[in-house]
Design a protein around this ligand. Sequence first.
Ligand code: PBG
Length: 332
Amino acid sequence: MTAPIAPFPAARPRRLRATPALRAMVRQARLAPSDFILPMFVQDGHDSESVIPSMPEVTRKSVDRIAAAAREAWALGIPAVCIFPYTPLSARTADCAMAWDDDNIANRAIRAVKDAVPEMAVMTDIALDPYNIDGHDGFVRDGRIVNDETVEALVKMALAQARAGADILGPSDMMDGRVGAIRKALESEGFRDVAILSYSAKYASAFYGPFRDAVGASAALKGDKNTYQMDPGNSDEALRLVARDLAEGADMVMVKPGMPYLDICRRVKDAFGVPTFAYQVSGEYAMLKAAAANGWLDGDKVMMESLLAFRRAGCDGILTYFACDAARILGA
Ligand code: PBG
């Protein structure tokens, strides 16, 4: 509902834009460091990190450095991190068994963060793509992604993450029935308080390219993910998927990518009123960084404006590679 506006000159909307104080008084959307979840990439090794060329200033870190980076993020007011493992092509298998190994690097990183900063929330990613020889989120049989077998594997993966101490599980695989299966397993194994932030409305997007480089999936991936991720032309389907995931036991939902799908964020928030997150994905990050590096855009300003847009669109929080940089600006 929009209030009727008086005719000019009774109404002069510029009155409330005249000074920083007036603008601050009437501003509706704001950002705080507590809005951010920091995604981090973990790799093997000790006291080392490596660059990801398509994601300037983001690095893959060894477990000890992940713990140190989480401590820094916590000090900036960021409440949560999300852990993604890197697996080289040579270590990938068709059975993806490493995905539910209690001692895989992702699970070691979860433990390391919980040891270093017990108060910080640790989120995970549930999907087979960091381990799969085929680079897909599910098992591939005769060129098809098989749903139900994949869900069984995802449940094992989820339980290993819960045992490692994860606070929030993030199924990003887009298989049908996975949230319900994971919730049931968590209940029966005594993990009643582990939350699920479901990647409910996850689109088959070309904006994930740099992420696939970061986790080592680009070299492995055959074909596309169009048979399980959402078609970018759809929006009603996003509402159905959110409703389905909530009914199956999700505590929070996500829209992904972020900036090109702000209309979906708004529709989800308005329709359900549940904690709603957006993932400002790797390609969105790369795009803004590249323009800033060329001097075509003011990097800090477009970063803050892009993040504020998520709050205006109704999101409660944002997964963003800018989390620390933005928190530093907000804290200054
Ligand atoms: C894996 C996953 C992806 C992202 C998060 N989890 C990639 C994909 O679905 O191919 C993308 C995140 C980003 O681009 O920053 N299931």
